[in-house]
Design a protein. Structure first.
Length: 682
């Protein structure tokens, strides 16, 4: 045995084996000459549950789990424990025996090229106390050419330890948040009689808050009528239309410059109708529109949702299959659309492969010019991953599902478009001054269609073709039309726009300094986790789908209203992501990051332990279905004789159908009362 490759998943192991030579299969690994390739199934180890850090004297439920208690919180491990996942024990044993072989000369870490991919193999090596030299195989596609390049450019695994440290810090911070605050808020809910399982997450909760705030903005929105004026002007060489532009001191405007006074609009019409004006501004400028970047995961999720109505989970699953199963595209869990300049030379080969598979795109491919270097190719903008692009691998498109085929064509078209010229046009602006009123016209004349030839379905030009006029030319106002409109509420989120909002969270922040920090960051969550976070919020019945939209449930809103702003704010979450990025690049901030997070958790637990949380809609969580009518177990109008706090009516666990009343001030006040005809007996 020479080298031992440890791949993140079986498909990566097979791709490597295909390039190393003829492989023979054994139980849990492949042999290629002196090389052996084994594999993980994602994370093989998991952090220990809170039960392993709490007292053995705590009573247990029927399922064998320790009952949650306020006095156990916060749970902050002195020494973190992890264990093999039950489903991974057999494969881990195989990997352990391979790592202990005396003839092993070198280990090759073949995890995916990201934080989690680095950690999941590193934690296996640490679990077996590996001391063998370890190198890193780091590629973002599984086609033969990319695999061969990766095998020929192995680096020392120690160069990537920052990635593993960032993933470890993220996992522990999420554990501290989720385990402690979920328990604390659930126990606070029980004190009010609601009995809802309330889960809190470092990224999950701010994401929920985004949707709740959007829904509330829509429901509280009051539509306001406003008016625009469009005039048709006659010039000696042709007609054109212009839109009225209010002066800075114009009466009847709101703070956003909309005209709200109908009488003012009508007076302007009467003022300029049939009158002669003069061209006060005439500008022409040749402009170009650069190529769209290759897809990031957020970008293709947004487009897939807008065009086809795909959910974030559907898009991620299909893109993962195109990369992993079909080997037709590069690594999908990327947050950038830029490409490494070294791959530019591959374009002729990639296009030739695409031409042999896509009869419907042969004309577009034939029109591509591989000498064109678009802005997409930029080493300075490439992070651990690059944009999603097609590979050189040839396969039958009939093997793709409908979803995979549609997304694959989007990816292919975006790639082909990089080898067309920039879209070029002549932009024209005309302003007409008539009776002191100003009207502005925009025009566009296409000079070079360019890359839009390939992506024409997603673009349309609304600007008119303006005639050639000159300054001070006379024009006649032929007609003025008042258009009545109403302000519209913001659009509800769908899965694509919600992921885009998570990635561009700075747009939802008001404070300028925080907005600047967040604009320079990567939003909340990562490209690899955002779809799963939305799915988890739906599974917990905090969010639900309504057609193509995502809306908050009563339970989700109720939870949000009970939480302090610091847990809902995207600012703290995004700042954490920035710190994780610093750890990723090798900054020695791992311990400081966790200490700060532990201090934060202690403060939050202390605060919530002193309260009772009232939530609504808990029964939808228990049934997993949307209820016909959501009700809540809330504090009643009846007051406790001892402390005057509201009482809560609760079902008896001993006698089915019986009820009793308890004080909402529990555990400080433990008074209880019998129930009679739905009222407490004092």
């Amino acid at each position: 045995m020479g080298r031992l490759f440890i791949a993140e998943k079986p498909s990566v192991a097979k791709a490597i084996a295909a390039e190393l030579g003829k492989a023979s299969r054994s139980d849990g690994y492949l042999c290629c000459g002196n090389d052996v390739i084994t594999w993980c199934f994602g994370h093989m180890l998991e952090l220990a549950s809170p039960d392993e850090y709490t007292s053995d004297d705590v009573p247990r439920s029927k399922a064998g789990r320790k009952r949650w208690r306020v006095d156990e919180l916060p749970i902050i491990p002195d020494k973190w424990k992890s264990h093999p996942k039950e489903t991974a024990r057999k494969q881990l044993k195989i990997m352990g025996s391979l790592l202990k072989r005396a003839d092993l000369t070198e280990v090759v870490h073949a995890g995916d090229p990201d934080r989690e991919g680095q950690l999941l193999v590193d934690e296996v090596l640490a679990h077996f106390k590996n001391r063998k030299p370890t190198r890193r195989y780091w590629v973002s596609a599984q086609d033969p050419v990319t695999v061969r390049r990766g095998l020929s450019s192995l680096e020392n695994n120690s160069q990537y330890q920052g990635w593993a440290s960032a993933a470890r810090a993220r996992a522990r911070a999420d554990w501290l948040t989720g385990m402690n605050l979920s328990r604390a808020y659930t126990l606070a809910s029980e004190r009010s009689g609601a009995g809802a399982l309330l889960t809190i997450g470092r990224v999950q909760t701010p994401t929920l808050a985004l949707v709740v705030q959007r829904d509330q903005d829509i429901e509280s929105f009051v539509s306001i009528p406003f008016y625009t004026l469009e005039a048709t002007f006659i010039h000696k060489v042709g007609k054109f239309c212009g839109t009225w532009q209010p002066a800075d001191d114009q009466a009847g405007l709101d703070s956003e410059g909309r005209l709200l006074d109908k009488a003012v609009a009508d007076s302007i019409i009467a003022k300029v109708q049939g009158k002669q004006g003069v061209v006060s501004v005439f500008k022409q400028q040749r402009r170009s529109q650069p190529h769209p970047l290759a897809f990031s995961l957020a970008d293709i999720t947004l487009l897939g949702s807008r065009i086809y109505g795909f959910s974030a989970e559907e898009t991620l699953k299909a893109c993962q299959s195109l990369y992993e199963k079909h080997k037709l595209t590069s690594y999908p869990r990327t947050d950038t659309g830029y490409l490494p300049e070294s791959q530019f030379a591959d374009a002729p080969t990639v296009l030739a492969s695409l031409r042999s598979m896509h009869s419907g795109l042969q004309s577009a491919i034939d029109g591509a010019d591989t000498a064109i270097l678009s802005r997409t190719w930029n080493d300075k903008q490439v992070t651990a991953h690059h944009g999603i692009i097609p590979t050189q691998y040839k396969s039958s498109l009939s093997a793709l599902t409908d979803t995979e085929r549609k997304l694959y064509e989007l990816i292919v078209r975006r790639y082909i478009a990089q080898f067309y010229p920039e879209h070029q046009f002549m932009a024209t602006t005309i302003e007409v001054l008539i009776k002191a009123e100003r009207f502005r016209s925009y025009g566009k004349r296409i000079l070079v269609e360019g890359w839009r030839t390939v992506l024409s379905s997603g673009h349309s030009d609304k600007e008119q073709a303006l005639p050639a006029v000159a300054l001070k030319d006379k024009v006649d106002c032929d007609n003025v039309m008042r258009r009545d409109a109403k302000t519209k509420p913001p659009a509800r989120f769908n899965e694509g726009t919600l992921i885009q909002a998570m990635a561009n969270i700075h747009r939802y922040i008001v404070e300028a300094a925080q907005k600047k920090v967040l604009r320079e960051g990567d939003g909340i969550g990562t490209s690899a986790t955002r779809a799963s976070i939305i799915s988890e919020l739906k599974r917990r019945t905090y969010l639900e789908t309504s057609g193509k939209h995502i809306i908050s449930t009563t339970l989700g809103r109720s939870l949000c209203s009970a939480l302090p702003e610091v847990l809902k704010s995207a600012v703290s979450t995004a700042v954490n992501e920035r710190l994780l990025k610093e750890i990723e690049t090798g900054a020695p901030e791992f311990d400081a990051f966790l200490r700060a997070h532990e201090t934060f958790i202690r403060g939050q637990v202390c605060s919530v332990n002193q309260s009772a949380i009232v939530v609504k809609g808990a029964e939808s969580q228990q049934s997993g279905k949307k209820p016909k009518k959501r009700q809540s177990l809330a504090v009643s109008k009846h007051k406790c004789n001892a402390c005057s706090k509201g009482l809560v009516r609760r079902p008896s666990v001993k006698a089915k159908g019986d009820w009793w009343w308890g004080c909402s001030g529990f555990p400080e006040c433990k008074n209880t009362y019998r129930d009679k005809a739905g009222k407490p007996v004092f």
